[in-house]
Design a protein around this ligand. Sequence first.
Ligand code: SAH
Ligand code: SF4
Ligand code: F3S
Length: 438
Amino acid sequence: MKKVYIETMGCQMNKSDSERIVGMLSHFDYEECTNPREADLLIVNTCSIRQLSANKAYSQIGVWGKWKRHRPIKIGFCGCVAQQDREGLMKRFPYLDLVFGTHNIYELPELIKRVEAGEQVCAITEIPYKTDETQYKIERKGNLNAWIPIIEGCNNFCTYCIVPYTRGRERSREMDVIIDEAKKAVAQGFKEITLLGQNVDSYGKDFKDGKTTLANLLRELNKIEGTFRIRFVTSYPTDITDDLIDAVDECDKVCKYFHIPMQSGNSEVLKKMNRRYDREQYKSIVEKIRKRFKHVTITSDFIAGFPGETEEQFQDTLSAIKELQLDYSNTAAYSPRERTVAAKWTDKFLSEEVKYERLERLNEVNKEACIESNKRFVGEVLDVLVEDVKVRDGKRIITSRAGNNKIVHFESETAQIGDFANVKIEKASMWCVKGTQV
Ligand code: SAH
Ligand code: SF4
Ligand code: F3S
């Protein structure tokens, strides 16, 4: 067996892609290794969401490039930076053996043969490579959570975002294929299925049949027998339909958790971002969800220092987190991305100092919101899945995750990884809660 090492950067979609890449390579006598120094083939699966993420990818292959002087290794570069930079990558990093885009993952079996024959290969197309994906294994990481992509790409073209350029237009996968993958994962013992998409709630729109929707997919998946739970990320605020909320309510296996990026708390900024909602609309969606589910959490993403954002407009972001009691938010300073609309508004760019100072304040407010959120669960009983067990001072300390995504610690003599349990919350800290099994 030859050895492949894959370094995965970026979002869950990339993590899922990496599992599929390793799965495909396993049909060609490659097995995954965890030590890059032992690998025959090294692949970096890259993220382009911010300049920092892209730079991480470049420095990684810089390191591997030096190893090539001493060992006959092959180096591959894929993911969103590959799709963005294209042939330029080979010129800039001549020691790359293989570059492939996000649309070319399933072309890998053919590409790898050419690479092994000594060719330098670059495969990046605008159109997804068509094949029967079900013929290949998926080498899933761990044994608790199984990622299942349900929709790829994005049609929204938010003015700051690179994803529509790196992932192409929205393409939903057939419901049957998804259900089949989920059944296999459950049969293999996975306890959680996470449905993935840049906008999961757009699922099925491209089929135009009215039946292929995220709500109906959840209903179908909920029928699969076994003890497991279902999650879905990421939701676009205005694509969350009443039917979806009904389905989440009806389906006992579906976690009461929504990740709904707001991006900014100011309606003017939202318009400039080309988000299709304003502050009030976002607020009404959050309120609708909170009214429906007792222990629901709602998490979000925010960008600080979007071009032209005033201090007053930024204050609206801070106040939105507090007013809507958002349970947790991912935060980032605006990073201009080539080809996107906002990247051309250079006269409106804010200085790095202003952006990072705002980001710091945003993070402070986010921290307070997290503590407040955790405090709200003191006295409540949460349904958790055990993820880790550690022995400290003779006591077994359990790390688990609730359906609503809270990290929950408790002590137990017996609980094992993969067990479900109910825990009464007694103490809240910033990033987790503690309780007792009931
Ligand atoms: N599809 C999801 C988000 C995908 S990208 C949605 O629509 O919400 C993940 C997050 O990265 C975004 O929510 C945004 O907050 C952040 N992001 C995207 N482009 C960015 C940029 N140019 N600069 C800073 N943050 C960015
Ligand atoms: Fe990017 Fe907007 Fe698409 Fe999300 S919805 S992936 S932020 S373009
Ligand atoms: Fe990054 Fe691509 Fe995901 S840009 S966030 S890896 S879709």
